[in-house]
Design a protein around this ligand. Structure first.
Ligand SMILES: NC(=O)c1ccc[n+]([C@@H]2O[C@H](COP(=O)([O-])OP(=O)(O)OC[C@H]3O[C@@H](n4cnc5c(N)ncnc54)[C@H](O)[C@@H]3O)[C@@H](O)[C@H]2O)c1
Length: 273
C-alpha cells in the first residue's frame, strides 16, 4: 500500500523527517511505521512487544532507518527515553504518533474494576498526555512538529466499554488544547478516529459487544458503506501519512474520522436487532 501511495503522488512525503510511533510493533502502528519509512522517514518503534518491535526495525532497514525501544507508555521515563532516542539517533523529532492502545474487557458499569480502569487510563490517556508533553519539549526548540493521536469512533459515540469510551473522548480535548497552546511554535496536533480495523486488538472486543454488533445490521451496513468491509490498517496509516506530512500544514486541532461512514449510521445500530 505504501508503495502504491508513493507511486500515485510521485514523491517521498516524509523525506528528512523523524517519527516516534508508540504501539508500533503491531497493527496500525506497524503499518504506519512501514508507510512512513517508505516515504523517507526515520522511525522509532516504541512498544512493549520486544521481539516483534526488534523484528520490524530489522525489516525496515535497521539502525540507519528504524530503531526499536522498549517503551511502556504508562511510564513517563519510557516515553521520555523514546523521544530522546529520536534526537540522539536521528537528530530531532518531527512526528509524534501516540498510538499505543489496549482494550480492557467491558462490563456493566456497577461492576467496574478501578484497577482495570487505571490500567486503561495509563495507556490510553496518560500515555498520550506524556507523548504530547515530551514531544513538545523537543519540538518547541525546533519550531516544527506534528503530533498525531489515535482516538476512535468511541471518542464520539459509545464504544465497547466505559473506560475505552471515556478515555478516547478525552483524547479529543487533549489534542485541541495542545493545538491551541503550541500554535505559535508551528506544532500541529490532530487525532485520527478509526472505525473497525482488522488488527489483533479486535480479539479483545468484549463478547457481549460483538454479539450485539453481529445481531444488529451494523456489519451488513458496513459492507454497503464506502469502506465495503472492515478496513485494513493501511487505511489509518495513510491518514497518519497525511497528518504527518506538510500536505496538512494548515490542519490542527482536528479529528479525522476514518470509519467508512460508521458514525453516520442513522439511529442506534446496536439496538436495531
Ligand atoms: N483496530 C480497531 O478497530 C481500532 C479502532 C479504533 C481505535 N483503535 C486504536 O488504534 C490503536 C492501535 O491499535 P491496533 O488496532 O493497531 O491494535 P494492536 O493490538 O495491533 O496494537 C496495539 C499496540 O499497542 C501496544 N501497547 C499496548 N500497551 C502498551 C503500552 N503500555 N506501551 C506501549 N505499547 C503498548 C501493543 O503491544 C500493540 O503493539 C489503539 O490506540 C486502539 O485503541 C483501533
Amino acid at each position: 500500500m505504501a508503495t502504491i501511495a508513493r507511486a500515485v503522488t510521485g514523491a517521498l512525503r516524509l523525506q528528512g523527517k523523524v517519527a516516534v510511533i508508540t504501539g508500533a510493533a503491531s497493527g496500525i502502528g506497524e503499518e504506519t511505521a512501514k508507510t512512513f519509512v517508505a516515504h523517507g522517514a526515520k522511525v522509532i518503534i516504541a512498544d512493549i512487544q520486544d521481539a516483534a518491535g526488534e523484528k520490524l526495525a530489522r525489516e525496515l532497514g535497521g539502525p540507519d532507518t528504524a530503531r526499536f525501544i522498549h517503551c511502556d507508555v504508562s511510564q513517563e521515563e519510557d516515553v521520555a527515553a523514546a523521544v530522546d532516542l529520536s534526537v540522539s539517533a536521528y537528530g530531532g523529532l518531527h512526528v509524534m504518533f501516540n498510538n499505543a492502545g489496549v482494550l480492557v474487557p467491558g462490563c456493566p458499569l456497577e461492576e467496574t474494576s478501578m484497577v482495570e480502569f487505571d490500567r486503561s487510563y495509563g495507556v490510553l490517556l496518560k500515555g498520550a498526555v506524556m507523548g504530547v508533553k515530551h514531544a513538545a519539549r523537543v519540538m518547541k526548540p525546533m519550531q516544527t512538529g506534528s503530533i498525531i493521536t489515535t482516538a476512535s469512533v468511541a471518542a464520539h459515540i459509545a464504544g465497547p466499554s466505559m473506560a475505552y469510551t471515556t478515555l478516547k473522548h478525552a483524547l479529543l480535548g487533549l489534542t485541541r488544547y495542545a493545538a491551541w497552546e503550541l500554535r505559535d511554535f508551528n506544532i500541529r496536533a490532530n487525532t485520527i478516529s478509526p472505525g473497525a480495523i482488522c488488527t489483533p486488538i479486535m480479539k479483545d472486543v468484549p463478547k457481549f459487544f460483538l454479539e450485539q454488533m453481529q445481531a444488529s445490521s451494523f456489519f451488513p451496513k458496513m459492507k454497503t458503506s464506502v469502506s465495503h468491509k472492515i478496513a485494513g490498517p493501511d487505511s489509518i496509516a495513510n491518514a497518519a501519512l497525511f497528518l504527518a506530512s506538510d500536505d496538512s500544514a494548515y490542519v490542527s486541532g482536528e479529528d479525522l474520522a476514518v470509519d467508512g461512514s460508521h458514525m453516520l449510521q442513522p439511529g442506534d445500530p446496536l439496538r436495531e436487532a
